[in-house]
Design a binder for this molecule. Structure first.
Ligand SMILES: *Cc1c(COP(=O)(O)O)cnc(C)c1O
Length: 398
């Protein structure tokens, strides 16, 4: 089939909840992907950071195939031999105490909301059904009813109510606003270390440290959504390390599987996880042996192949080169590690046009909101390929 035929079929039979670039991909390897006509592109989105390890990483593939030949799903009614090793490895790597495995990122977010609410009632002594969780403006935590209910993006939220109560919204990057919003019923503060979907919004250095101190003072749980920032993307294993803190609860997903399969987890740094009793929460696929084997391999290659350090090095290099591009329509160039945003002024007429032009030159990028392009290639990118990319970016936006 031709690309146009795939696109027509997709539009005819599929829900229209996405507006993808008109490129139909059929193959991936490392930082590269190919469309059905054989055109090759540099992937500058990495499936929103789910393929940090690069497309079709051979060692993750090997682990997946090996496990698929042995055992894929037991349900949690029984134990499996991949779960305990994953728990231990992820706890040692992230300095966590307890793990709750789920599948999608949104499920990890839902799970942490349930957990901190229960902790609030059982440990903190909040009156029944009064728990409050503080979140930030412009957040992105997923697409369930509860989660979109505390989104401030009208496109995510409009038309989907009624919503779950118990959330309070404050400005992002403002620790004072956090302290002001706390009441005796507050149980948690849920925040992204860097807001990815909002357009790579980076708070001032020390923000998370201040939040951590405030949370400690008021006995509330600091919950970091590291589903996008985590697992190397920002040049540290977890973005919280930039501020030298440890959250009480950390959410990981996306790159936890290197793109092979949905795997997410709530990592708990305190005994808060212990409030969950048998039967109170679960997931048929959460913690299945196939997912665990994939996650173990995905974490292993991330560390063993130095991808976190490479993200820092290549991120700094990429960002420096992008900052040298001269165009009066560019408002800001910012980033941490390989999570980079180029923001255009409103007069530029939107970033989508640049993404279309970059595609013609062999780079796949996605605009976020109207005026920002995010550059987030797999963490295995090399200096030569960054040079190759910047040449093309310069030609389109310079
Ligand atoms: C992608 C993402 C989610 C949701 O993950 P899904 O797997 O799409 O449900 C949550 N939080 C952040 C920060 C994300 O980037």
């Amino acid at each position: 089939m031709k690309q146009s035929e795939y696109i027509e079929l997709e539009n005819r039979f599929g829900a229209h909840n996405y507006k993808p670039l008109d490129v139909v991909l059929s193959k991936g390897e490392g930082v590269w992907v190919w469309d059905v006509d054989g055109n090759k592109y540099l992937d500058c989105l990495s499936a929103y950071s789910a393929v940090n390890q690069g497309h079709c990483h051979p060692k993750i593939r090997e682990a997946m195939i090996e496990q698929a030949n042995k055992l894929t799903l037991t349900s949690r009614a029984f134990r499996n031999d991949q779960l305990a090793p994953l728990y231990q490895e992820i706890c040692e790597l992230t300095n966590s105490h307890k793990v709750l495995p789920m599948n999608s990122g949104a499920e990890a977010v839902e799970s942490v909301i349930k957990t901190v609410r229960k902790w609030g009632y059982q440990v903190k002594g909040v009156p029944v059904d009064q728990a409050e969780i503080i979140v930030c403006e412009d957040n992105f935590h997923g697409r369930t009813i509860t989660i979109v209910g505390f989104s401030t993006d009208p496109t995510s939220r409009t038309g989907f109510g009624p919503f779950t109560p118990g959330f309070k919204i404050i400005p992002f990057g403002d620790a004072e606003a956090l302290e002001k919003a706390i009441t005796p019923n507050t149980v948690g503060f849920l925040v992204e270390p860097i807001q990815g979907e909002a357009g790579v919004k980076i708070p001032a250095s020390g923000y998370l440290r201040s939040c951590k101190a405030i949370c400690e003072k008021h006995n509330i749980m600091l919950i970091l959504d590291e589903i996008q920032t985590g697992l190397g993307r920002t040049g540290k294993l977890l973005a919280e390390e930039h501020d030298g803190i440890e959250a009480d609860l950390t959410l990981v997903g996306k790159a936890l599987s290197g793109g092979y399969y949905p795997v997410s987890a709530v990592l708990s740094n305190t005994e808060v996880m212990d409030v969950l009793q048998p039967g109170e929460h679960g997931s048929t696929f959460g913690g299945n042996p196939l997912a665990c084997a994939i996650a173990r391999a995905a974490l292993k290659v991330l560390v063993e192949e130095g991808m976190v350090e490479n993200a820092e090095k290549m991120g700094n290099y990429f960002l420096d080169l992008l900052k040298q591009i001269k165009n009066p329509l560019i408002k800001d160039v910012r980033g941490k590690g390989l999570m980079i945003g180029v923001e255009f002024k409103a007069e530029a007429g939107g970033a989508r046009q640049y993404c279309e032009k970059l595609r013609e030159r062999g780079l796949l990028c996605k605009e976020t909101h109207d005026n920002i392009i995010r550059f987030a290639p797999p963490l295995v990118i090399t200096k030569d390929i960054v040079d190759w990319a910047v040449e093309r970016i310069q030609a389109v936006i310079g």
